[in-house]
Design a protein around this ligand. Sequence first.
Ligand SMILES: Cc1cc2nc3c(=O)[nH]c(=O)nc-3n(C[C@H](O)[C@H](O)[C@H](O)COP(=O)(O)O)c2cc1C
Length: 212
Amino acid sequence: MDNQIISSSDLSNLEKRERTTLINGLSGFRSANLIASLSKTGNQNLAIFNSVMHIGADPALMGFIMRPEVVERQTLENIRYHKKFTINQVTQSIHKQAHLTSAKYDNATSEFEACNLTPSLITNFPIPFVAESPIKIALSLKEEVQIKSNNTILIIGQIEFICLENGILEQSGHINFDKIEGTAINGLDTYYVCKKIGSYKYAKPGMHIEEL
Ligand SMILES: Cc1cc2nc3c(=O)[nH]c(=O)nc-3n(C[C@H](O)[C@H](O)[C@H](O)COP(=O)(O)O)c2cc1C
């Protein structure tokens, strides 16, 4: 196999846009989610995030990385104010609208409206969900972790409830991502549909692939 070595000095010498694209996409696929929040004055806000991650199952925690606060970060301000937000899975059918939410709309503009997605309220949770999304998650703010290396912030939320489209939750507890055509993002601009290739028992030392 022929390899291409890119040293840290090669990286520094790359044209800025090329370097950013390469590094942003280097970890492979990241989940595509829309985070909804509400401003102090009650305006609905929606933005795409590719850094949503599972933090732990008990307590049920999820997190995402917020960029440094060098410009106005409406999602961050809103979450700090109401201490609640929603995470909504991006599927193939809404991925283009979802991508449009990354634009810098002013505070008074709802990205739901601007990007043609439907806000929906569930029970008495104050923050809207994306009606078109088959996986809707209501969270309350649990913790902010400052990442000193680059001034980003890990926002951790505790799951209050989950709303799943009927028929996508399997008896095993798995969500059928093939069925919903769940998407993943590489870098900041390229979307993929994910396809299941296997599901295996937890590995033990010495286990062979035939035993999975
Ligand atoms: C594909 C994609 C993924 C993104 N992921 C993140 C992310 O994980 N963290 C972040 O802070 N911004 C991310 N952004 C940028 C936000 O979507 C963008 O800054 C948005 O305008 C934030 O809106 P807000 O000011 O209403 O919070 C991403 C943008 C795109 C296009």
